[in-house]
Design a binder for this molecule. Structure first.
Ligand code: RB5
Length: 147
């Protein structure tokens, strides 16, 4: 489990779900840093993916959560950053497996796809599951070489 705060960011479509996740983390005592956006006013998701991924690349966070309408645009933007392995998730099994096998470091959620309760469960599993290592190390290193 990471000892660093979780990085959060969203676009306008993801804003309501990001705020729900913050309430969930506040209640659970999970530390986070919010990189915006801070309202429903229209913004461009690549800008917020870039802010969050840069903060991870700089070592301020090990894990981040990006929220847009579908999670897809955020994941496309995030995966263009060196060292970022972003996964769009809408189920808890994949949340666990992508940490264990892919060492995913960014969770992308679709606010128009998943409800707040499921998103919170996915986020909890994502941040509490450790990379399994072993046979997966070489495969993740192969991913890194594609950066
Ligand atoms: C915004 O309308 C929407 O396109 C965006 O949030 C995201 O879903 C893109 O992938």
């Amino acid at each position: 489990m990471t000892t660093k705060p979780i990085a959060l960011a969203c676009d306008h479509a993801g804003y309501p779900l990001k705020e729900e996740l913050k309430k969930h983390f506040d209640a659970a005592g999970v530390a986070y840093v919010d990189y915006g956006t801070d309202s429903l006013a229209s913004v461009n998701y690549p800008d917020y993916a870039h802010k969050l991924c840069t903060a991870i690349q700089e070592g301020n966070h090990e894990l981040g959560i990006l929220v847009c309408g579908t999670g897809i645009g955020m994941s496309m933007a995030a995966n263009k950053h060196k060292g970022i392995r972003a996964a769009v998730l809408s189920d808890t099994f994949s949340a666990r497996m992508t940490r264990m096998h892919n060492d995913a470091n960014v969770l992308c959620l679709g606010a128009r796809v998943v409800g707040g309760g499921l998103a919170a469960d996915i986020a909890d599993l994502f941040i509490s599951t450790d990379f399994e290592g072993g046979r997966h190390v070489a495969r993740v290193e192969m991913l890194n070489q594609l950066d």
